[in-house]
Design a protein around this ligand. Structure first.
Ligand SMILES: NC(=O)c1ccc[n+]([C@@H]2O[C@H](COP(=O)([O-])OP(=O)(O)OC[C@H]3O[C@@H](n4cnc5c(N)ncnc54)[C@H](OP(=O)(O)O)[C@@H]3O)[C@@H](O)[C@H]2O)c1
Length: 327
């Protein structure tokens, strides 16, 4: 496994990040444990979760799964670079305007971090990410709360998720004024089917040394060979609608992958890994087999003509702003 630096930091992480959103939702606790154990065995040391995951059951359950998993073996905690998130409301926080609602007030950040540490049964978070931007809260307030957590040793790095490019620029300018490291990573929706971030966010992250960790690298399963294979999410009515709407495009995609001799999921991950601003796609395996198969992506090199064929099937915005639309 060739480890990569997370953005401009000195932190080395695996080129695939294990997403845990399926845990406590589509994947039960024993299977989730098996996936985490196997990920570590395979050299995947970067795990992503969120305080709110556990959608299908109790929000917070995914962090609880992780906490129970490494409780009996502290080496596991040491081996994992753990990323979690703050922003959403959680049922276990009783309703109150500063805590039980979505947002990033200083009070909310500090209290929710304590809740995550309790559920995760750990005393630190490697990468604490803002799940969404809160434009109603001043950046100085947000950074003050995060700086407090860093000084207390509860948080090591700070990242963002679902930010616009100008949010990252603003956040990092304020952080720099406060002599802080600022954002080191951005978790965005990015895959062959959804390429909007190439316009503004990709150049912004390159400029600031912010590592992109794409979420839904298979577009929620759409790029995982949906026309031929089977799965759980692909029976979801929303995904079925997308499959019907994109069938001609997906037929070309799966045909190209068959011609290349690779599984569609592996090609989709390999395409993301070709972008130097991408640190690690966040894979969302539902099963052990899907996890193990994902490793193949690390061995795939896509030739320039293949990249051009992929651009023809999934055109994207046509480059970076303003050149993509102005000249
Ligand atoms: N920051 C955010 O707002 C945000 C939002 C969403 C997700 N995330 C993070 O990103 C992670 C990944 O997102 P995602 O779960 O949507 O990712 P995804 O990889 O786009 O979709 C996962 C689905 O793809 C299929 N799949 C996974 N591995 C496969 C393989 N090797 N071959 C074929 N099919 C495969 C499975 O579908 P079937 O069940 O049909 O087999 C699986 O449920 C999450 O776990 C979470 O950590 C973050």
């Amino acid at each position: 496994m060739q480890y990569r630096k997370l953005g401009r930091t000195g932190l080395k992480v695996s080129p695939l990040c294990l997403g845990t959103m399926n845990f406590a939702w589509k994947t039960d606790e024993p299977d989730s444990r098996a996936i985490m154990n196997r990920a570590l065995e395979l050299g995947i040391n970067f795990f992503d979760t969120a305080d709110v995951y556990g959608w299908g059951g109790q929000k917070g359950d995914t962090e609880r799964f992780i906490g129970r998993w490494w409780k009996d073996d502290v080496r596991k905690r040491d081996d994992v670079i753990l990323a979690t998130k703050v922003y959403h409301a959680l049922p276990e926080t009783h309703w109150e305007p500063n805590r039980g609602t979505p947002g990033l007030s200083a009070r909310k950040i500090v209290r929710h971090c304590e809740d995550s540490l309790r559920r995760l049964q750990t005393d630190y978070i490697d990468l604490y990410q803002m799940h969404h931007v809160d434009r109603a809260c001043p950046w100085d307030e947000i950074w003050e709360a995060l700086e407090t957590l860093i000084r207390q040793g509860k948080v090591i790095y700070v990242g963002s998720s679902n930010f616009a490019a100008w949010d990252i620029a603003t956040a990092n300018q304020v952080a720099s004024r406060r002599h802080l490291t600022g954002l080191v990573s951005e978790q965005s929706l990015y895959n062959l089917d959804v390429r909007m971030i190439e316009l503004e966010l990709v150049p912004c992250c390159r400029h600031y040394g912010v590592g992109i960790i794409p979420w839904s690298p298979l577009a929620g399963g759409l790029l995982g060979g949906v026309l031929s294979g089977d799965g759980v999410r692909r029976h979801d009515p929303n995904l079925r609608k997308k499959i019907d709407a994109k069938r001609p495009q997906l037929e070309k995609w799966e045909k190209l992958c068959a011609h290349l001799g690779h599984r569609p999921a592996d090609v989709a991950l390999a395409w993301l890994l070709h972008n130097p601003v991408v640190t690690a796609p966040i894979i969302g395996p539902r099963t052990l087999q899907q996890l193990e198969q994902s490793l193949t992506a690390l061995e795939i090199r896509l030739a320039p003509e293949t990249l051009a064929q992929l651009d023809a099937i999934f055109p994207g915005p046509g480059g970076e702003a303003p050149a993509a639309y102005a000249w």
